[in-house]
Design a binder for this molecule. Sequence first.
Ligand code: EPZ
Length: 426
Amino acid sequence: MEKYIVGGGKKLEGMVRVHGAKNAVLPILAATVLSGDVCRIYDCPRLSDVSHTIKILETLGCRVLFSGSTLTVDATSADKWEIPEELMREMRSSIIFLGAVASKMGKARLCAPGGCELGNRPIDLHMKALRELGMTLSEENGFIEARADKMHSGDIHLSFPSVGATENIILSAVGLKGETTISNAAREPEIVDLCEFLIKMGADIEGVGTEFIRIKGVAHLHGAEHRIIPDRIVASTLMCAAMTTGSEIELLNVRSSHLGAVVSVLRESGAKIEFFKDKMYIRAPQKILPVDIIKTQVYPGFPTDSQSVVMAALCKSEGTSVIVENLFENRFKIIPELAKMNADIIQDGRVAVIKGNKLCGAHLRAMDLRGGAALVIAALGAEGESVIEGIKYIERGYEDFDKMITTLGGDIIKHKEAIGCGFKRE
Ligand code: EPZ
């Protein structure tokens, strides 16, 4: 099993490039199935979630070439409609293939994604919306069977602006005769990127980025080329690395318009942050100021995916901050791990009260993607060495995370423990 060994207390400096957004790539790769053509995606990050998605595309009959950061998908001979259980289990967000595969192939079969480290992750909003569009959906022994022969356009209202449900509706509706509308749609930048890709493929979508989306079905979609937007969560993670190490760094390939909520919070904690086109300059304060209250919200509110890394930064603040996690019930699993580093955090349900403290290195275990990244951020700002196990979670969403940190002069190495032949088994 691989782990990170992090030497704390070292300042960071220099610049690092932020890679393309995982949560934009995944639905865009699902969209390539609809093209029945060749699509080329630029700035695609090399992540385990992307590798799983590529395996799903190949299972569906697509041919995929990943060269450098350019991913070419040839969907001309895609004609399969089942997604293997092991691939669904590996990555619950594969549910995003339901709408694309069913509407392209006329049917789909995949296993219900089930929960993950963040909680039970229901898909009721997806299922309700797709049924309102006439998709026949049956669930039996944990499998979902979909039929699209009776699908029709319609007006969908989402009771909650779910990112995945919004994406599944859009992917199902772009080829549906007539006009489909979504009210209370999610507005995340990754959905905007998906819509922009679909429009390049010939789709007719209005209201992109707003809570009211209008989709006029088209008879034919074709291949397209697209550059993925920068990953705003990776950017916020690196910003927090600057905070916990008291450093000045530069980030390349960022979109200021995607980072408003995180920038506002870090400025409140004393950071100096400036943007120059697609570059950001951040200088951490000598003393991190506490932040009264942070409530995670849907976009453009404070992103739940940045909550753990900001919590790690506030663990070193000069006072008491409060975080309310409104999206995922299990995001606070990181608290006992931070407590091993002398962090002073009290949790009551969805509320965490963080009292700043000196952090010391410890033996830690990542238990989810963003929580794992936050442990690295805290370890960089701790006194002494930390070991972080379970880095497979982190590799789902950060390409070469250790290399990003060493590029900035941070002290982190990836350690692979041989299993068997006398070495200690994990
Ligand atoms: C997407 O997940 C992201 N994943 C998540 O990022 C992100 O945290 C989340 O949006 C919120 O921004 C991808 O894009 C692959 P939701 P998604 O549907 O689509 C409830 C990461 O770390 N809900 O907006 O699953 C749900 O339980 C990941 O990169 C229902 O109740 O998020 C949650 O409380 C983690 N029923 C809330 O809505 C449903 O049918 C937000 O979920 C669907 C969702």
